[in-house]
Design a protein around this ligand. Structure first.
Ligand code: SF4
Ligand code: SF4
Length: 89
């Protein structure tokens, strides 16, 4: 009997494939950091569920390739240094 070949689903065949999936394209709002207000406490870096907020020299820096615009960083920032602005494409 000739059975059709079934391919595996939901299997990561190589490491690092999530880097190619630029989830920033899902975003409708984007976090914007005010350098003057940022205290560099890095709470936003810790809270970002997508590891899309990074430590910058002067302030936190969103990685817009992967930031989904959830707004958690803005909600958690004690200095109110992050505002969520409408994404323009
Ligand atoms: S939480 Fe706010 S003050 Fe702290 S690093 Fe992030 S943007 Fe700066
Ligand atoms: S908006 Fe959400 S995904 Fe984007 S940097 Fe802030 S916490 Fe991370």
């Amino acid at each position: 009997m000739n059975l059709p070949k079934i391919t595996l689903g939901l299997v990561a065949t190589e490491p690092g494939s999530s880097r190619r999936n630029k989830t920033g394209s899902w975003r409708t709002l984007r976090p914007v950091v005010d350098e003057k207000k940022c205290k560099r406490c890095w709470l936003c870096v810790i809270y970002c569920p997508d590891s899309a907020m990074n430590k910058g020299e002067k302030s936190a820096r969103p990685d817009y390739d992967y930031c989904k615009g959830c707004g958690i960083c803005a909600a958690e920032c004690p200095a109110k240094a992050i505002t969520m602005e409408q994404e323009v494409r």
